[in-house]
Design a protein around this ligand. Structure first.
Ligand SMILES: *[C@@H]1O[C@H](CO)[C@@H](O)[C@H](O)[C@H]1NC(C)=O
Ligand SMILES: *[C@@H]1O[C@H](CO)[C@@H](O)[C@H](O)[C@H]1NC(C)=O
Ligand SMILES: *[C@@H]1O[C@H](CO)[C@@H](O)[C@H](O)[C@H]1NC(C)=O
Ligand SMILES: *[C@@H]1O[C@H](CO)[C@@H](O)[C@H](O)[C@H]1NC(C)=O
Length: 184
């Protein structure tokens, strides 16, 4: 990137003020090149997991990324297996990474491991103008819904309580945090 002094032309030239206008002349990639951390991750039924979009190079401008889940190259229908099967995430100026939060619907049926693919589809925004770009690779990630053999699969520990050490005296407290994310 180069920092340049804005050269005003004609009568608008400003003299005698203690201000200078500096224009940051953006290079081609000033709004960033966006890719997906392609590490395969599981999303257990009834739980969420984060898949990270990475902004490389510049970080100017507000840029919106659109994503979609696929199974065998076919886009998932809304609410098929996941709470949201497509969506968008917004990077504000300065933000370099943002999660796509996937939540797998608990369907209570025993099944095999199921594989899906998360893809970055589209991009819009940037400053000035439409400057955000998708990377040429790393636009997809493999998403696994692991085999669920829990016959009481409608119950799940709230994610924020998973890290807790369990001592007997907190068991009753923990039981308050057992959530039922999906109606029975
Ligand atoms: C980006 O979004 C923020 C918050 O919505 C807004 O305040 C800011 O003006 C936007 N910046 C640009 C360059 O559009
Ligand atoms: C699903 O999408 C809705 C609206 O489109 C949004 O409010 C909600 O935060 C999304 N949920 C997740 C887990 O991303
Ligand atoms: C997404 O891409 C399609 C073409 O592939 C284009 O028609 C559409 O306007 C784009 N949407 C956004 C929000 O950029
Ligand atoms: C990502 O897409 C490429 C090309 O479409 C494909 O070869 C690759 O298997 C995909 N990776 C995942 C994890 O789905």
């Amino acid at each position: 990137m180069c920092v340049c002094i804005l050269v005003l032309s004609g009568d608008a030239v400003v003299y005698g003020q203690n201000t200078a206008t500096v224009v940051i002349e953006a290079n081609d990639d000033a709004n960033g090149i966006f890719s997906l951390d392609s590490t395969q991750k599981p999303v257990e039924e009834g739980r969420t997991n984060n898949f990270y979009v990475l902004r490389d190079r510049g970080h100017f401008g507000n840029v919106t990324l659109y994503w979609q889940l696929f199974a065998n190259d076919t886009p998932l229908e809304p609410h098929q297996e996941f709470l949201n099967t497509s969506g968008s995430t917004v990077f504000r100026t300065g933000e370099k990474t943002k999660p796509i939060v996937l939540e797998a619907i608990s369907d209570k049926l025993p099944e095999f491991n199921e594989f899906y693919e998360l893809r970055l589809m589209n991009i819009s925004g940037g400053y000035p103008g439409e400057g955000g770009k998708l990377a040429e690779k790393n636009l997809n990630a493999s998403v696994l819904i692991p085999f669920n053999d829990d016959p009481f699969g409608v119950f799940a520990i709230a994610p924020e309580s998973l890290e807790r050490e369990v001592a007997e005296d907190v068991l009753s407290e923990l039981s308050h945090m057992v959530s039922r994310p999906w109606k029975t």
